[in-house]
Design a protein around this ligand. Structure first.
Ligand code: AMP
Ligand code: GLY
Length: 440
């Protein structure tokens, strides 16, 4: 089966590995912006091109692709799935109208409200150049300010972390000069990621993962694309109850149904729910129309089912006939990123890969030239430990990091007992009771 993978980061390396493991004689091709050595090594052929350009479709036609798999959000926003379907090539990745759920935050909040989807916070949309945001910020008090469009995770600012009420008003006005704006209540809780394969009607869920957005240990420093992530052996995280997962799944199922009602388009691809567990239950921070990076690197190595069977289920609307299973193992993923990331990254430096023990290695924003691997300005390499417990997976990930040499840094606290216990205690305080001991 000839498969085209679009995208060239760590998430796509994890997807490429899952495709390469297929028992259906996969012939993998890749369309990526730079030569990711991990992906290139698994491919029969690849082309370096801009992932948002129609040249992707030309390449797919040229090599006779039977199914295309989209990794990042930019090609979704650029209608690449629509163009591929129109060329007769089935795609894992939603058409533009459905993918709006990621790249128009104003549309998405209005959509959630209109379709009565649970977990929508108090919010208001302000259109570009519209006034009135000051009054609304005063009314809510504790706010989050979000530009409506894609900002690579860097446009959202949260009261307390980034500004006080005066700063919030100033930032809101600044955003309104360029974009529509969402002002919403600030939610307090623990965030987690729920990802699902979706065929338009049926959802197959991956285990929950928790990402770490801040650059430095102890959740300090600027926001990043995600410094690392973990999951527990099983579907939920240590600070969750089974009922939290049931609630989050229902939100995702309702969302997929409502996307079809609202847009007329079936959601076919991966749906990512950025959930937050609060004292009042689950809310939705945002949706993404693709796997998370790093979260894909936690769950895809655990996928037992043949990835191409899953892809076939997604594009044919028959995912209910595929038995989608994940190994019950914990994983810890840690990124090594260039010194100075994210504000002043020192890219273009050589990295060397030595003994990483039995951790898994994923190439992300690096490229290969003359047999050497170079960093860019973004997250460079990720290691993943897989084990029966989070603690053991963490040790394996640390062994992996110790084998990477270069001007890099990482968060060493991700997946440690100390940080995981802190998350558990945080939820206990918010709920007012312990999930281990209901009499607490
Ligand atoms: P987003 O780009 O929407 O995922 O937002 C980036 C980060 O901002 C999220 O991962 C959260 O940590 C934070 N955030 C976004 N919306 C809210 C909210 N309503 N309450 C609290 N934090 C939020
Ligand atoms: N890890 C966050 C994201 O992929 O958007």
């Amino acid at each position: 089966m000839k498969v085209l993978l679009i995208g060239g980061g760590g998430r796509e390396h994890a997807i490429a590995q899952a495709i390469a493991r297929s028992g259906r004689n996969p012939e993998l091709y890749a369309a990526m912006g730079k030569k990711n050595p991990g992906i290139a090594g698994l491919c029969k052929g690849f082309r370096l091109l801009k992932e948002t350009e129609p040249a992707v479709v030309e390449y797919a036609k040229e090599v006779g692709i039977e199914v295309a798999v989209i990794g990042p959000e930019a090609p979704l926003a650029a209608s690449i799935p629509d163009m591929l379907w129109d060329a007769g090539i089935p795609v894992v990745g939603p058409r533009r109208l459905a993918a709006q759920i990621e790249f128009d935050k104003a549309w998405t909040r209005d959509f959630m409200k209109k379709h009565n989807i649970a977990g929508c916070p108090e919010y208001r949309v302000f259109r570009k150049n519209e006034g009135g945001s000051d009054e609304y910020i005063d009314k809510l008090g504790d706010v989050v300010i979000k530009p409506a469009g894609l900002t690579g995770g860097k446009g959202v600012k949260v009261m307390g972390d980034h500004f006080d009420i005066i700063g919030a008003k100033e930032y809101a006005r600044e955003v309104l000069q360029k974009d529509d704006l969402v002002v919403e209540e600030r939610l307090i809780g623990e965030e987690f990621t729920l990802q699902a394969f979706v065929d338009g009607k049926h959802l197959a869920f991956a285990p929950c993962v928790q990402d770490h957005k801040r650059a430095y240990d102890g959740d300090r420093g600027p926001n990043t694309g995600g410094m690392g992530s973990y999951n527990d052996a099983g579907d939920i995280l240590p600070f969750m109850m089974e009922s939290d997962l049931t609630d989050a799944k229902k939100i995702m199922v309702d969302t997929v149904r409502a996307v079809k009602e609202e847009t007329g388009v079936s959601y076919q691809g991966v749906l990512y729910g950025q959930m937050i567990l609060t004292a009042r239950g689950i809310s939705v921070i945002e949706y993404n129309a693709r796997f998370g990076d790093p979260e894909a690197m936690n769950v895809l190595p655990l996928l037992e089912t043949d990835y191409l069977d899953v892809c076939e289920g997604i594009v044919n609307g028959t995912l209910d006939r595929v038995d989608v299973r994940f190994q019950e193992q914990a994983t810890v993923c840690k990124y090594a990123v260039p010194a100075g990331y994210p504000d002043e990254p020192k890219g273009g430096r050589v990295v060397e890969i030595g003994d990483i023990g039995d951790s898994l290695l994923f190439y992300s924003s690096v490229y290969e030239k003359d047999g050497k691997v170079y960093t860019t300005g973004s997250r460079a390499l990720a290691v993943v430990g897989v084990a029966g417990t989070i603690a053991d997976a963490e040790k394996k990930a640390e062994k992996g990091l110790s084998g990477l040499k270069g001007e890099l840094f990482s968060r060493h606290d991700i997946g440690t007992d100390e940080l995981v216990n802190q998350r558990i205690r945080h939820m206990e305080e918010l709920r007012g009771y312990s999930i281990m001991n209901p009499l607490f």
